[in-house]
Ligand binder design. Structure first.
Ligand SMILES: [Zn+2]
Length: 219
């Protein structure tokens, strides 16, 4: 793992209680010539800005939500910037499965409740998401794209759902949790992806589902 120069610091009583250096990764996109992209990414792992736009139709830029820093937006560079009609993400494209379009994984560091308490005490962890009664995923040091999706207090304005899926790998018979965001509503060019922490959903995959756990968003 490579480290960047950026640090995350969490202060309690004006003292840095938890400090880490942000992880840096090489963009995971394979180019048409078969070579892997050489750009390095710190915020929004795992794609560089160019491949995030090309492959995922997403862009990180200043949020429309006050005091929220950066946010995640829908983008398609082939469309004119004033396009307000083209739908880039569909909320109910696959009606059979009852799911919307995949947005991104919620990547980060899986940590125990004890570690969470050491880092943040009883305060709200800015980049963490509880995945079961014992563990959370903290993206403070490994800043995945999912952690950049801002929450909104407006129930009706949220357009993403946080979905936890479990599926079994047939070859090794082990369970692998996938924590992802899916579209809830159709989303057009330029729209920011937002989630309401009041909205928590559980999805299903065609794979065998072994367990669904409560998901508590803790942005
Ligand atoms: Zn790239």
């Amino acid at each position: 793992m490579e480290l960047s120069k950026k640090q995350f610091k969490y202060f309690i009583d004006n003292e840095p209680n938890f400090v880490c250096t942000l992880e840096k990764q090489r963009c995971s996109c394979m180019k048409p010539d078969g070579n892997r992209c050489r750009r390095k990414v710190v915020i929004g792992l795992e794609f560089c800005f160019q491949h995030l736009a090309l492959k995922r139709h997403l862009k990180i830029k200043k949020s429309t939500i006050p005091n929220s820093g950066m946010g995640v937006f829908a983008i398609d560079s082939r469309l004119p910037s004033d396009d307000t009609k083209t739908i880039l993400f569909h909320g109910e494209r696959n009606k059979k499965r009852g799911t919307g379009d995949f947005i991104t994984n919620y990547n980060g560091e899986t940590i125990s409740n004890t570690e969470m308490e050491d880092r943040y005490h009883d305060f709200t962890a800015p980049y963490a998401c509880r995945i079961n009664p014992r563990e959370s995923v903290d993206a403070a040091c490994s800043r995945g794209l999912g952690s950049m999706i801002n929450s909104t207090t407006s129930y009706s304005a949220a357009n993403c759902e946080f979905v936890q899926k479990w599926h079994i790998s047939p070859s090794v018979c082990t369970s692998e949790p996938r924590r992802i965001f899916e579209m809830e509503k159709n989303s057009k060019y330029g729209m920011e992806r937002t989630i309401s922490f009041m909205k928590m959903a559980f999805g299903s995959l065609p794979d065998k589902i072994i367990k669904l756990l409560s998901v508590y968003l803790d942005f």
